[in-house]
Ligand binder design. Sequence first.
Ligand SMILES: [Ca+2]
Ligand SMILES: [Ca+2]
Ligand SMILES: [Ca+2]
Ligand SMILES: [Ca+2]
Length: 264
Amino acid sequence: MNRTLVAVFVLGLSLVSPGWSPAAGLIDFESAPGGGLPSDDAPLSVPYPMPGGGSVQLFFDVNGNNTYDSGIDAEPIFEASGPDAINGFANTVTGVPDTANGGLASLLGSFFLRQVTPGTIPPPLVIDYASPVAITDLSGEIWDIDGQEQATERWKVEILDASNAFLTGQLSPIGNTGALDGLPWTFSFTGLPSGVDKIRITFVGTKISGLGLAFNNFTPIQAVPEPSGIVLAGGGVLALLAAFGARRRGAVTQADDSFQFRAT
Ligand SMILES: [Ca+2]
Ligand SMILES: [Ca+2]
Ligand SMILES: [Ca+2]
Ligand SMILES: [Ca+2]
């Protein structure tokens, strides 16, 4: 084993040390917070547990104070993919509501979250962390951002601290074509400043009907691979580092594709 390999080996050992970060804990809404399958049109009424401790709560902030108020604010609704009595979004390509285009049915999965009354402008969706874990990276999907030429669908994603001060944000594309019909837009943040406490997603388009928030695949914290529990050596560590590098490059590319904006 030459010096480079020894150095890589030592790095590999440090990666499987007790200081290893928790796994990403993707919330794809395929299961309820307590486990088990969601039911179509059921409210999401309790927070999801966070990897590393604490929880994260999602709610529509009806009274606009960035705080969950029981009996006032609205709970997100689990929506089953495919057509049923109440649906989250239309798909003009397939003609079948709540279906994915582009071969992305498995990405959408069997469930996503919708607002209480699809078709109308919803209150802001607030995702409120209550966790000791420092939130440096996060991502999520908003599906079916579309509209007509003159009437747009657009979403603003803001990262807030515990005082509800703006830290950073991203704007979705302007949905005034069918480009995102039945497809996701991914917001993705990396290297966030300290103090992340909430995500707030607000409608900023010009539509007044025929719109809706369809939310899916929320990654609340940095994606880090699980520790293997065994000592990695030689080529295994190199492969791990190569994969890690690819993941980081992919994340940066994705973030760079997003429209950044400043607070007003
Ligand atoms: Ca509230
Ligand atoms: Ca339904
Ligand atoms: Ca449905
Ligand atoms: Ca899903």
